[in-house]
Design a protein around this ligand. Structure first.
Ligand SMILES: Nc1nc2c(ncn2[C@@H]2O[C@H](COP(=O)(O)OP(=O)(O)O)[C@@H](O)[C@H]2O)c(=O)[nH]1
Ligand SMILES: [Mg+2]
Length: 230
């Protein structure tokens, strides 16, 4: 779980995850705080219990959401107890109530489960809906993988799948990179979509990415296409 200056939303979400943990057979949250001025303090987070733990890691500088997910990926894969790995946002846009469905998809045999905000009652604003539709077509063109939702940060993986998906796009282009890597391995991975409700509150829209962020994503993808290793 990447986090950057989330404050009360983060505390609420972690409390909800602690309440869900025993039904899931145990949860470890790998929380990656990313060089924001207001650091997350471990003492302010919900306490550990027999089936709930938080591992807090800090990047000394702001490296971006993709870099935070890569740190979490490496930390989580080092623990052999885990059978399902979930990426989710820490600003309450993703709901803890959807977590059991994401985990169950993996326990039922999927290798990769992509959240689909259009399969449930998400209040996606019109402009964002339009942008996501464009992103969906763009991503179909470059990955040949048709999904209902582009750039949904709620995703789950089996250990086998996650090992084969290193994240090298540090900022927001990681969402496309993950899809590209999954698409390249589609013959050996079982891929499903899971309906999730994404909440658009005033705060989440004000603090979250603007639509202009799409330009930075395209720039990072183009740069990688022209100069990077694939
Ligand atoms: N670690 C880290 N997390 C970030 C960064 N930027 C955003 N996040 C987190 O990633 C999640 C999604 O970011 P957000 O800006 O809300 O994106 P949006 O929901 O697509 O508008 C939230 O939980 C943020 O706290 C960052 O630079 N580093
Ligand atoms: Mg957000």
């Amino acid at each position: 779980m990447p986090t950057f200056e989330e404050g009360a939303a983060l505390g609420q979400l972690l409390g909800e995850l602690r309440d869900t943990a025993s039904a899931l057979g145990g949860v470890v949250v790998y929380l990656i705080d990313d060089g924001g001025p207001a650091q997350v303090e471990l003492s302010a987070l919900p306490a550990s219990s027999a089936d709930f733990d938080i591992v807090l890691a800090r990047h000394p500088l702001n490296l971006g959401q993709g870099a935070a997910l890569e740190t979490a990926r490496q930390l989580a894969l080092a623990d052999p107890r885990h059978d399902a790995f979930v990426m989710m946002d820490s600003d309450l846009q993703h709901r803890s109530q959807d977590l059991p469905h994401m985990v169950q998809a993996i326990r039922d045999g999927a290798d990769v489960a992509f959240g689909n905000r259009f399969g449930a009652a998400s209040n996606v604003p019109f402009g964002r809906r339009l942008l996501l539709w464009g992103a969906r077509i763009f991503e179909l063109a470059i990955t040949r993988l048709w999904l209902s939702d582009a750039h949904n940060g709620y995703r789950a993986f089996s250990a086998r799948a996650l090992r084969g998906i290193p994240i090298t796009q540090d900022r927001m282009a990681h969402a496309t990179e993950i899809r590209q890597r999954v698409a390249r391995q589609r013959r050996s991975l079982k891929i499903v979509e899971v309906p999730v409700t994404v909440r658009y509150s005033r705060e989440a829209l004000d603090k979250g990415q603007s639509s202009l962020g799409a330009i930075s994503i395209l720039r990072d993808l183009l740069f990688r296409f022209l100069f990077g290793q694939r």
